[in-house]
Design a protein around this ligand. Structure first.
Ligand code: ADP
Length: 402
């Protein structure tokens, strides 16, 4: 079975082609992408031509499904058919104000795929899917009821990434039972992931997806109990150029005192905040770190704020979970920055979490354990594998409906 995963950005189109064997094992056959895309129809044609030239698919009939990592659709979530279920595009369109950089490209891209590949199953895996079973108290803001009914609540993002971290960390801890149940989560629901039912010890994981955008999620037995991102991906930790958490009073305050329009405030919060706003250097952590090493105080402060925020959220889930069996670092920053990992884990020996400095220092961009032998909490680096999660869920969704 050939499953294409399409990653649609506001001006980019990236793809990966996976082939699944009969036992469900996936091989990555091809990957590629285009920048400065203005016409998704043409990008789809180019992608198919590339796959044909590479000998991977002879015609669209060789594609068994296309998966999309859609972001959010208000109350519509999970893994859904995007070619036949009209609610998917309606939900993306209906909530585009909250994810203006993400929802419109996906709605447009899915429409184009429907036209170009009629009959090929399309599947949307919402990034919010992993948070469907969070306790309600972890999802609500203290806003008037009408705001809540309009959709103002915590949804959570990076669901595919944190789901992979939950599954892989369970495997690394020898809990194949939980890993298998995490794989089935979107088909069977959380009931299947309750250790309580089997009498086994609950598995408590804190997953740190630290990248261009960052979030921390607390996970019990493979099910999210809370996450740092809220209504939109503009929340939680400082992001590359977007503000993270911000007191809501700041918006009317700067509108009045700096004379900014609402549109300008929105632009600055999404383009000039985060690591860029704090450091004044750039939105890539490598540049910020290099500047800090050369003595740039604002760049060092940006790193300190990032670390402080990551620790704040890790602390929240340490309490919520009553401890932590595995702390996971994933995504570009989490996988490649030993210094930052060390700063995030500093002085936690009293809580049973200690890094092995040599292992941590040596590990970049690969999977491995970086905790000290005596550490009660295992600390893992697990490279992000969001596309594989989307491909697997796409296959399952299609297979379940056939
Ligand atoms: P996105 O969220 O856009 O997918 P990534 O997960 O690739 O982004 O994370 C991008 C961030 O990861 C950047 O801030 C970058 O500095 C950092 N990063 C990526 N690769 C490396 C590396 N090899 N060394 C240090 N930092 C890296």
């Amino acid at each position: 079975m050939n499953i294409l995963v399409a990653n649609l950005g506001s001006t980019s189109f990236k793809f990966r082609l996976f082939r699944f064997d009969g036992a469900g094992a996936a091989a990555l056959l091809a990957k590629g992408g285009y920048e400065r895309v203005t016409d998704y129809g043409k990008a789809i044609d180019d992608c198919l031509a590339e796959l044909q030239a590479g000998g991977h698919v002879r015609s669209p009939a060789d594609l068994h499904g296309v998966g999309f990592k859609t972001v959010l659709g208000k109350n519509l979530t999970g893994c859904l058919r995007a070619d036949t279920d009209e609610r998917v595009i309606a939900a993306l369109d209906g909530f585009k104000e909250i994810a203006p950089a993400h929802n419109p490209p996906y709605a447009l891209g899915i429409r184009r795929f429907r036209e170009k590949l009629p009959g090929v199953p399309l599947v949307a895996l919402f990034e919010t899917a992993f948070y469907q079973w969070m306790p309600e108290a972890a999802t609500r803001y203290a806003v008037p009821q009408a705001w809540y009914e309009a959709g103002v609540r915590r949804y959570g993002f990076h669901g595919a990434s944190h789901k992979f971290a939950a599954e892989r960390s369970a495997e690394l801890l020898g809990r194949a039972d939980i890993a298998e149940r995490v794989r089935q989560l979107y088909q069977t629901g959380p009931a299947s992931v309750a250790s309580a039912a089997t009498g086994a010890k609950p598995l408590r994981v804190i997953s740190c997806h630290l990248g261009g955008s960052s979030s921390v999620t607390g996970i019990r037995d493979g099910v999210a109990v809370g996450t740092s991102m809220g209504l939109s991906p503009q929340s939680g930790l400082p992001q590359n150029n977007r503000v993270g958490d911000l007191d809501s009073a700041a918006v009317p305050f700067v509108m009045k005192t700096l004379g900014l329009s609402l549109a300008e405030v929105e632009r600055q919060m999404t383009k000039e905040g985060g690591l860029l706003g704090l450091s004044g250097v750039g939105n890539d952590l490598r540049d910020v770190r290099a500047a800090a090493q050369q003595g740039n105080a604002r760049a060092q402060l940006a790193l300190d704020v990032f670390v402080h925020s990551a620790r704040h959220w890790i602390g929240a889930y340490l309490v919520e979970l009553g401890g932590c069996d595995a702390l996971v670092f994933t995504a570009g920053i989490g996988e490649n920055n030993p210094d930052l990992r060390a700063a995030i884990c500093a002085n936690l020996g009293g809580l049973g979490l200690e890094l092995d400095p040599a292992k941590n220092g040596a590990l970049r961009g690969a999977e491995g354990e970086i905790s000290a032998a005596a550490s009660r909490t295992k600390v893992f680096v697990i490279p992000a594998n969001e596309e594989l999660v989307v491909a697997r869920e796409t296959l399952r969704c299609i297979s379940a409906q056939n």
